[in-house]
Design a binder for this molecule. Structure first.
Ligand code: UDP
Length: 262
């Protein structure tokens, strides 16, 4: 597997081509941004942790039937993924009201939602990713009815699975954001889960103390961002109890042999 040229650079990740048409490399950076890019910082080791955490969660989701782009992690910062055409929508699932929802509708922070709430936002930085309805999605052909039906089902299944997974390690899954893409395989297009699932894209609160273990520590200057991400990784069993990401030795990047169209 050969790494090719940079195809795209986003706020937290870079996508590189490979010598396989349908596969690309996703590289996790240490950059953190918030408030529509107005707040920026480098957080040493964040990319390494997000790579590991996202790999862990996507592998599990794959096992429970959520098809996703992950092929395998290649090294400490990179994963081999299926090349998809990203649907320009951020899919948000909420279990507890916080963040933009509380501000937008004057809902008390921490209100437990009786049922998971799905929200759709149009992925457009210049507009600040505005909230949209399903009708907007269909009116502007951002996704088809069939695609959104499948994605909605996936979102609820993912939410169920992840609530349980995090509850088992003493964490409340407050909300999360995911993205989906169209993967072209043998001439057919199939919608699969893409991007990442990590403390950058989820809100995770400690069950007993409500301590925030996610990007809100960076957004709201709460400090100890890396410690919180490490705590999540440790609880997931990815890091050992006494490990510190700065002292961990990761294996050297290695090339991977792939079966075709896997
Ligand atoms: N989120 C994200 N990327 C974004 C916006 C939101 O990953 O560009 C995640 C965020 O971390 C949270 C969930 O989506 O887990 C809901 O975020 P909210 O709409 O409350 O956004 P915010 O308050 O951050 O503007």
């Amino acid at each position: 597997m050969k790494k090719g040229k940079k195809l795209y650079e986003g706020k937290a990740k870079i996508i590189f081509s490979t010598n396989e048409k349908n596969l690309v490399i996703q590289h996790f950076k240490d950059d953190a941004t918030a408030f529509n890019n107005k707040k920026k910082m480098k957080i040493d080791g964040k990319g390494i942790l997000n790579n590991r955490i996202s790999e862990h969660i996507l592998n599990y989701l794959g096992q429970v039937g959520i098809k996703n782009h992950l092929v395998k992690r290649i090294n400490m910062r990179e994963q081999l993924i299926k090349f998809v055409e990203i649907i320009p929508i951020e899919f948000i699932v909420r279990n507890i009201a916080t963040g933009s929802l509380t501000k937008r509708l004057d809902i008390e922070d921490g209100t437990i939602l009786e049922n998971p709430l799905i929200e759709y936002c149009y992925k457009k930085d210049e507009l600040g990713d505005p909230l949209i309805s399903k009708e907007h999605i269909f009116a502007f052909n951002w996704a088809s009815k069939k695609e959104i039906e499948k994605i909605d089902k996936y979102l609820l299944r993912m939410n169920d699975f992840m609530i349980g997974m995090f509850r088992g390690i003493g964490i409340k899954l407050v909300d999360f954001k995911v993205e989906f893409g169209r993967y072209k395989n043998n001439g057919k297009k199939e919608v699969i889960l893409a991007d990442e699932i990590s403390p950058d894209t989820c809100r995770l609160w400690d069950i007993s103390s409500d301590k925030k273990l996610d990007k809100d520590r960076f957004r709201n200057n709460l400090g100890n961002v890396m410690e919180a991400y490490q705590d999540v990784a440790r609880r997931l069993g990815i890091l050992h109890e006494e490990s510190n990401i700065r002292t961990i030795k990761f294996p050297k990047p290695r090339s991977v042999k792939l079966k075709k169209n896997k």
